[in-house]
Design a binder for this molecule. Structure first.
Ligand code: MG
Length: 449
């Protein structure tokens, strides 16, 4: 079984994910890190302290001193790791409900571990770790400055004067997560007038679910509408994501925000990295810039691994991300960062409103279908039918994760679900009929199997 999914270890706290298992993971990770010192941070969840204690014990047992940063956004821990040159562990379940928790591992360069290093940690889980002698176990210390340093680094990396000069009112919804302790201060320091909702750190997430999606952002939308704010910003539990609300109170689709940020960032010859469900909006933006779109399997670990490989081959990858608000600017750091992404979005507001930005990348139609199967034989037959359909189609075919067919003006993707006995079909085009037709012909092909 894969212990590390596409976003680390995740599970129901004290049920699927126990302190004992967290200790095991941290011990194996500490062994693989081989570092004298490791940083540990968490989001606001009530089970966080318990897991931080377990993780710290595991790290100390293999001889690592532990810097306990307290409640810090995941990108804040990553900034600390990068600056100090130490690896790190974040206790967070990101956007999952309050009952969950999880563990993410970060290297001493500040980026999440890539697939092969996670595999090494997994292998180590099954073997004996090298425990330190009694007089060489690690010690712990509290570090209070990580949040301040995180803000300072971020302020130095954006166009602070221009943002301040735009006289923006920003409404923040950190969703009771770790961003509650950093984003309000940060946007004030950027010269914005700041309003906030759900901005008390609270691991029960009383105001809304940690996942920033249209259904959970009613409070933020009302706040923006009633106060005439220029922009609403919502984070997930560990604040590595940002979802925006425009000045009319409408949620900006994550794909439109990514496309707008990419349009501002991409030059000819650049590569933008996204997942196989990447929007046609991003395809169009990459085309217009003369940039290439590189697709990976869904999940940030896969994107990070691809960015690293492309950079090693000397490609410039100025932006990468998915439509869920998780966006990376690899020249800044190869990590998703909700506050940095929001600050960069503010830079776009100097000459346009948020609704104008959304409209420039809006008007696309998405269609989703699913086809159920009864057994493995039926599933295999369906996938080979998809393969035959793909090879006869007048489209560029990508088989990274299922089959994605890019027609230039539209795309269709068929991939088996990881959780249900269904093959999912997604299609997107500027014209609604075109998306419907593409999805229908893929479904027909699957059902003919
Ligand atoms: Mg997250």
């Amino acid at each position: 079984m894969k212990v590390f999914g596409s976003s680390g270890v995740r599970g129901l706290a004290n049920d699927e994910l126990t302190p004992g298992f967290a200790l095991q993971v941290a011990t194996a990770a500490g062994d693989v890190f081989g570092a004298d010192r490791v940083a540990v941070a968490r989001d606001t969840r009530g089970t966080g302290e318990m897991f931080v204690d377990a993780v710290s014990s595991g790290l100390a047992s293999v001889g690592a001193d532990v810097d306990r940063l307290g409640i810090v956004p995941t990108p804040g821990l990553q900034a600390y790791c990068e600056r100090e040159g130490v690896p790190g562990v974040v206790v967070t379940a990101s956007h999952n409900p309050p009952a969950y928790n999880g563990i993410k591992l970060v290297g001493s360069d500040g980026t999440e571990l890539t697939r092969d290093r996670l595999d090494t940690v997994e292998e180590r889980l099954d073997s004996e770790s090298t425990r330190a002698d009694w007089h060489q176990v690690g010690t712990g210390r509290r570090v209070e400055s990580a949040r301040r340093h995180y803000r300072e680094q971020l302020l130095a990396a954006v166009d602070r004067e221009a943002i301040a000069g735009a006289d923006l009112t920003v409404a923040l919804d950190p969703g009771h997560g770790a961003g509650a302790l950093t984003s309000p201060a940060l946007f004030r320091e950027l010269g914005c007038s700041v309003l906030s909702v759900n901005a008390q750190p609270d691991g029960r997430f009383p105001g809304r679910d940690p996942e920033p999606v249209a259904e959970t952002l009613g409070d933020l939308r009302r706040l923006v509408e009633t106060t005439h704010a220029d922009l609403g910003v919502a984070h997930d539990g560990d604040a590595d994501r940002a979802i925006f609300v425009d000045e009319t109170g409408s949620v900006v689709e994550g794909d439109a925000a990514l496309a707008a940020l990419a349009a501002a960032e991409l030059d000819a010859g650049d590569v933008v990295v996204s997942a196989v469900n990447a929007s046609q909006r991003l395809v169009d933006v990459a085309d217009a810039a003369g940039a290439d779109l590189h697709l990976t399997a869904i999940g940030s670990t896969n994107l990070i691994t691809a960015i690293r490989d492309l950079q090693a081959d000397r490609y410039r990858v100025p932006i990468a991300g998915e439509g869920n608000g998780g966006i990376m600017f690899p020249d800044y750091r190869v990590s998703r960062d909700g506050a940095y992404t929001a600050a960069r979005f503010c830079e776009l507001l100097l000459d346009r409103s948020a609704s104008e930005i959304a409209a420039a990348h809006g008007g696309y139609h998405n269609v989703r279908r699913k086809v159920g199967y009864d057994d493995e034989g039926e599933r295999a037959a369906m996938l080979s039918a998809v393969g035959a359909f793909a090879s006869s189609a007048d489209a560029a075919v990508d088989t990274t994760d299922g089959y994605r067919l890019d027609y230039g003006d539209a795309w269709v993707l068929a991939r088996p679900s990881g959780t249900e006995p269904v093959v999912r079909v997604y299609a997107e085009a500027r014209e609604g009929d075109r998306a419907e037709d593409l999805a229908a012909s893929m479904v027909d092909a699957i059902q003919s199997a």
